[in-house]
Design a protein around this ligand. Structure first.
Ligand code: PRP
Length: 206
């Protein structure tokens, strides 16, 4: 399974700022979006391009353009919305497929409460965005949903990921690619990532 922990200094610096206790909603939101942009850059490195002849300022030339139906961004409500602006900054023409899943804080199992996917999912690369990959219950359910809709290429972008969650997604969907700013140490008994970011949803929305 492809798991990429992105060690770029800008990402590491911004993630370090996000880990501070007492960070403001404004700052956390801005940083979540900025790190999402940088993860998008990394996760889209293998998009295919085709040559195209165009008329340039100094005459005809060949340029490279991304081909096909391209990308749909899949933010997982609610915390994933905090990363969406940063991903859209990089891919402004992308269609957005919104899914809502909430983790039951006792059983840690996800409950799906919203699903609005864009058309032609079978032709698009899905970029799931969510600040946290903890037990991976949410991610597994989201990938199940996307595959049921015909999606064949799926990548997930996470600010932080727990080793336990990475193992679970690898067992359930080894074809999914994961890009994260950090693989953290472990989950605590409540399913929170350590050292983690705390509750990203609350930090983004208050
Ligand atoms: C958080 C997070 C993920 C999920 C990760 O969302 O944003 O979606 O938990 O946990 P898992 O890997 O163990 O499934 P939460 O359920 O707290 O909802 P929210 O985004 O609405 O705050």
């Amino acid at each position: 399974m492809k798991i990429v922990e992105v060690h770029h200094p800008l990402i590491q610096h911004k993630l370090g700022l996000m880990r501070r206790a007492g960070i403001s909603t404004k700052e956390f939101r801005e940083l979540a979006s900025e790190v999402a942009s940088l993860l998008t850059y990394e996760a889209t490195k293998d998009l295919e391009t085709v040559e195209q002849r165009i008329e340039g300022w100094a005459g005809p030339l060949t340029v490279h353009q991304i081909k096909g139906k391209k990308v749909t961004i899949v933010p997982i409500l609610r915390a994933g919305l905090g990363m969406l602006p940063g991903v859209l900054d990089m891919i402004p023409a992308a269609k957005v497929s919104v899914v809502g899943l909430q983790r039951n804080e006792e059983t840690l199992e996800p409950i799906t409460y919203y699903e609005k996917l864009t058309g032609r999912m079978d032709e698009r690369i899905a970029l799931i965005v969510d600040p946290m990959l903890a037990t991976a219950g949410t991610l597994v359910a989201t990938v199940d949903m996307l595959k049921a809709a015909g999606c064949k290429r799926i990548k997930g972008l996470f600010l932080v990921a727990a080793p336990e969650g990475l193992k679970r997604i690898e067992a359930a969907h080894p074809d999914v690619e994961i890009y994260t700013a950090s693989i953290d140490e472990r989950l605590n008994e409540h399913g929170y990532i350590l050292p983690g970011l705390g509750d990203a949803g609350d930090k983004i929305f208050g």
